[in-house]
Design a protein around this ligand. Structure first.
Ligand SMILES: Cc1ncc(C[n+]2csc(CCOP(=O)(O)OP(=O)(O)O)c2C)c(N)n1
Length: 545
């Protein structure tokens, strides 16, 4: 006989979920023990917040879904940001949270705050940031819903299980594996729609494909890229699709968006047709007033989520037509129906946008130009440092993939995601993080002795991007964003001492002194190591509007 805890973990392993991040506790101990005994990998994080970030990085670098395991109460409440990071970026994740036994899990019935110790209504807290959630309230419940849970699409969404302690202990025999149903894709579009698309393409003088993270994460990406290469279509990338930049022979004109000044934004202004594939076209990409984004362009919008399609239609109105399809299926249909033969390809000149030398953009460009694009993966954190990372990538033709918590934009993400990524041992992991964000989850740097991540800390004496906002909207009243303002200054800490306490060897370099040899030893080092780049206190992010 096996425990129900074993059965759930075995069922997850059969779905390919073998790596779990989490932290011990009375209500999670049995689950964690099941993972380790059944041959899975359990990575103990030092704060539950970081578990979801690590799973996010693990997925992006290794293309494998991970799980997180939390104990009841603060285990789950700490873990909320990590779950949100995955949910908003459509990164699949399995969340398992323990719960007190059913005799004590009665606060809802008694209409009191709590009855059992650490009794918290976990699934209600995380309801808006998961796709599906299940309270495993009995053995019978699990047997009844098991097929439904695992048969479809399990590896594509954020699933949460609340698992009371007493139910985890229930005994039964192993159950036969659930057979996965093949995912059916809608592959047809009505003749009328094909006619409309064909007409739009034929009539367009400046068409532009936008590729977003939905495109970059599609399983058929190689085949889709072949089609785009064959017709040499002009295309631009969102930050979430930047990893496509490393593919050769694509006619990419670079990244676009509010924080990506350059060629692509200039071309978008003139474009008369946008074919958006797996890109959300949210505020950070298009700015608030949708009518001003690519003013002259009609938009064909492709997304696998009908709700995203409807939301985009609502925001862009008449000029947008959507197709609720997989990007590859869409491209295949276009090719079969000969719609791409007439597509106009424009020769696009690089814009003469020049990044000022005081920003660390050039420092990061120097680093990125030295990395092997196929063997390296970069995680960038939040704030100005994040925008600078993508601006640096945009100055290169080929750049290793840069990932971040795109939509949550959370501080203290990159070092945790970097460690999650390094677990797969497939890539060399680089982490770009600001001095303001480093302390947020620095405890996870304790793992740097085992996983050889390389850190680049951009030190501009606090929260640079907040000061940029304060300069613009608060008459340069720098409150709680640096170490200088006496009324509400941040507490002084030393980045160097933080790194030293985790035995991470590092150099401190002035950004103006960075040259072609600066990063040589960091790249070659067999250990975790770091460079702290001292950057101008006033350095700003150049934006585009
Ligand atoms: C968890 C969290 N809290 C607050 C914020 C708001 N915020 C965004 S960037 C930033 C400052 C980041 O400072 P630093 O990492 O030093 O980056 P810099 O802007 O200086 O490059 C803050 C406070 C956030 N994004 N995430």
């Amino acid at each position: 006989m096996k425990s129900l805890s074993d059965i759930l973990i075995k069922d997850l392993m059969n779905q390919g979920i073998k790596t779990f991040f989490g932290l011990q506790g009375g209500a999670s101990a049995r689950l964690i023990e099941s993972v380790v005994r059944l041959g899975g990998r359990f990575h103990p994080v030092l704060n539950e917040q970081t578990a979801g970030y690590a799973a996010h990085g693990y997925y992006l670098a290794n293309n494998q879904t991970a799980g997180v395991i939390f104990t009841t109460g603060p285990g789950l409440t700490n873990g909320v940001s990590g779950i949100a990071a995955c949910y908003f970026d459509r990164i699949p994740l399995v969340v398992i949270v323990g719960q007190v036994g059913k005799d004590l899990n009665i606060a809802k019935k008694t209409k009191t705050r709590m009855v059992g110790f650490q009794e918290v209504q976990h699934l209600e807290i995380i309801k808006p940031i998961v796709d599906s959630s299940f309270k495993i309230e009995s053995l019978e419940f699990y047997k009844k819903f098991r097929e439904k849970i695992f048969a479809n699409n399990f590896n594509k969404k954020v699933f949460a299980f609340e698992f009371p302690d007493d139910i985890q202990r229930e005994k039964l025999n192993f159950l036969p594996n659930v057979k996965k149903k093949p995912v059916k894709r809608k592959k047809d579009i009505p003749q009328k729609t094909i006619h409309l698309i064909s007409k739009l393409i034929k009539g367009s003088k400046k068409p532009l494909f936008i590729l977003g993270s939905g495109f970059a994460q599609s399983q058929d990406i190689k085949k889709s890229l072949e089609i785009l290469k064959k017709y040499y279509c002009n295309l631009t990338l969102t930050w979430g699709a930047q990893n496509i930049q490393r593919h050769k022979k694509l006619n990419s004109i670079g990244l676009f968006g509010n924080h990506s000044p350059g060629t692509a934004n200039a071309f978008l202004k003139e474009s008369d047709l946008i074919i958006s594939m797996g890109a959300s076209l949210l505020q950070h990409q298009t700015l608030k007033i949708k009518n001003n984004f690519a003013k002259n362009a009609k938009i064909i919008y492709i997304d696998t989520s009908i709700n995203e399609c409807k939301r985009a239609k609502n925001q862009f109105g008449k000029r947008l037509n959507y197709l609720n399809l997989d990007c590859h299926d869409f491209l295949e249909i276009l090719e079969k129906k000969n719609c791409l033969q007439s597509i106009v390809v424009n020769e696009v000149k690089s814009s003469n946008f020049i990044h000022s030398n005081i920003t660390p953009v050039n420092s990061l460009k120097t680093l990125f130009s030295k990395l092997d694009v196929n063997k390296s993966v970069i995680f960038s954190d939040a704030g100005a440092s994040l925008s600078w990372s993508y601006q640096a990538a945009n100055l290169l033709k080929n750049c290793a993939p840069i990932f971040t918590s795109f939509n949550l934009h959370t501080m203290g993400y990159a070092n945790c995601a970097g460690i999650g990524a390094a677990l797969g041992k497939k890539k060399n992991v680089y982490v770009i993080i600001g001095d303001g964000s480093l302390p947020m989850n620095s405890q996870e740097l304790a793992w740097a002795s085992r996983y050889k991540i390389k850190l680049i800390v951009i030190d501009n004496e606090g929260y640079g991007i907040i000061r940029q906002t304060q300069r613009e909207f608060y008459s340069s009243n720098f409150v709680a964003s640096d170490f200088r303002n006496n009324k509400a200054k941040m507490p002084l800490f030393s980045v160097s001492k933080i790194l030293r306490s985790y035995d991470i060897e590092h150099e401190i370099i002035d950004s103006k002194k960075i040259n072609q040899t600066t990063f040589g030893s960091l790249i070659k080092s067999k250990k975790s190591s770091a460079i702290i780049i001292k950057t101008d206190y006033s350095a700003e992010v150049e934006t585009y509007n």
